[in-house]
Design a protein around this ligand. Structure first.
Ligand code: PLP
Length: 454
């Protein structure tokens, strides 16, 4: 089965011309810096069906990138597409907003959460939630964690804590992968503590000292952006108790996990109820920008006073509301079976990936939830973000680029996002090409090893 397929290099005639044209009007040819960082020049896709994409030059790809995890239904899902065929229902924007139905649809999956607000992106939802937590608790700071990603706003993007076991202020340093010029001065230090995740002692210490200043603890309940790290046994339960005891709101950023792990998100799977949950990405089916945050009305009542602002011209715009309802309709139909099947198929793909890597002699682990997993060129599973050092990041990036060369797209920081259309045929496609990609990776890494820095 391990046939080396002669795949045309993905970057060819039409794509090169288009890329050159884009550089005249779009800085770097990208609208998001992260896209450029790992994967080299952009690939321009012109068509998608189920799990596959085709670029301008006719190359076919297996899409395990899935628009950074947002695409969960497969490309061109016929049931989802129907929302675009009823323009009269969404062109009358403010008359028929469809938001009540969308709200009810989402909330019925989250026990104890009875209120929702819609926005356009994860970034926006995070910032509104932090404001809401400040308003509700009357406190100003928040705790966040190393390796957890909550968007690109000044107050949550990167930062470094020198002594990760104490509560030294967060510093803004150029060697941080999320360093950005132009950040408002002092914002990281003034607004948050940046702690190691999965370490309850550090959290206890910081809360003990600063409980009167801390409004919220925000985290990904499973640290996907930090490498697919699972919470340690009892960690989330202990965080929950610390927050409750100290009038601190616990915020789960479920922008990725909120749908991918099941319609009740990771909080349901893990059995821990936060105070506020943030949803995004797959919420709108992967093609329309929409996000949301949900909480019990005792917190959301802050908005009733009109003293806390949450606004936006396109909040709850009708097409995105229809999209949410369509997404849940599709996934609710035979929900158990849909998720079970996808998890099973995803695990099959992981197994093949591991078997092929063994044949090539390249160490590889796959970890995290089946539908949003992370792979690492490493002998053993990572148990913390801190273990994902520069060497592993470089090896992962080489493998990612080699996979891409052979038509397999994976997401940044070595993630595999599967979608509900994942089929035997896709797995076959993967199996045929991944071997060649792994072989190339092995050769490149050997060469790097012989160089002085690796
Ligand atoms: N939160 C998490 C956990 C994310 O992974 C992301 C994006 O990747 C965001 C927030 C930001 O979402 P958006 O890109 O929609 O602004």
């Amino acid at each position: 089965m391990n046939v080396v397929i002669d795949v045309k290099p993905y970057y060819q005639g039409k794509s090169i011309a288009y890329c050159n044209r884009s550089l005249n009007t779009i800085p770097g040819g990208y609208h998001s810096n992260f896209r450029k960082k790992e994967s080299g020049p952009p690939i321009y896709f012109v068509r998608g069906k189920k799990g596959r994409l085709w670029d301008m030059d006719g190359n076919e790809y297996l899409d395990l990138y899935a628009k950074s995890g947002a695409m969960f239904l497969g490309h061109s899902n016929p049931q989802y597409k129907k929302i675009f065929f009823q323009p009269e229902t969404f062109m009358a924007a403010d008359y028929v907003s469809h938001s009540v139905k969308a709200a009810e649809t989402v909330l019925k999956h989250f026990d104890g959460f009875d209120m929702i607000r819609f926005c356009l992106s994860g970034n926006e939802a995070v910032q509104n939630v932090l404001r809401l937590a400040r308003a509700y608790t009357g406190k100003n700071k928040f705790i966040r964690f190393q390796g957890h990603f909550h968007g690109t706003a000044d107050n949550v993007l990167g930062g470094i804590t020198k002594d990760s076991c104490s509560y030294t202020p967060v510093s803004d340093e150029e060697n941080d992968i999320f360093y950005t010029k132009g950040r408002a001065e002092g914002i990281l230090q003034n607004q948050s503590f940046l702690l190691p995740w999965n370490d309850i002692c550090v959290l206890k210490k910081v809360v003990e000292k600063y409980k009167n200043e801390i409004a919220a603890v925000i985290m990904e309940p499973i640290n996907l952006n930090g490498g697919g790290i699972m919470p340690r046994k009892d960690y989330l339960q202990q965080v929950r108790e610390i927050c409750s005891k100290n009038h601190i709101l616990l915020i789960f950023d479920e922008v990725i996990t909120g749908i991918r792990m099941g319609l009740g998100g990771a909080q349901k799977e893990l059995g821990i109820r936060p105070d506020i949950i943030i949803l995004g990405k797959a919420l709108g089916g992967g093609y329309l920008p929409v996000s949301a945050f949900i909480a019990p009305h005792k917190i959301m009542d802050e908005y009733k006073t009109y003293r806390v602002v949450h606004g936006g011209t396109f909040n709850a715009y009708p097409l995105s509301m229809l999209a949410i309802t369509a997404v849940y309709d599709i996934l609710e139909h035979d929900e158990k079976n849909t998720f079970h099947k996808l998890q099973k198929k995803s695990t099959e793909l992981h197994k093949i990936f591991i078997e092929l890597s063994k044949k090539v002699g390249l160490p590889l682990v796959i970890q995290g939830p089946a539908t949003c997993s992370s792979y690492h060129v490493s002998e053993k599973e990572l148990t913390s973000y801190e273990e994902m050092d520069q060497k592993i990041k470089t090896k992962n990036a080489v493998l990612k680029n080699c996979l891409q060369k052979y038509g397999i797209l994976t997401a940044y920081t070595s993630r595999i996002y599967t979608n509900i259309t994942l089929s035997d045929c896709d797995i076959d496609f993967f199996e045929k090409r991944a071997y060649a990609a792994l072989k190339d990776t092995e050769i490149i890494l050997e060469r790097l090893k012989r160089g002085k820095d690796f």
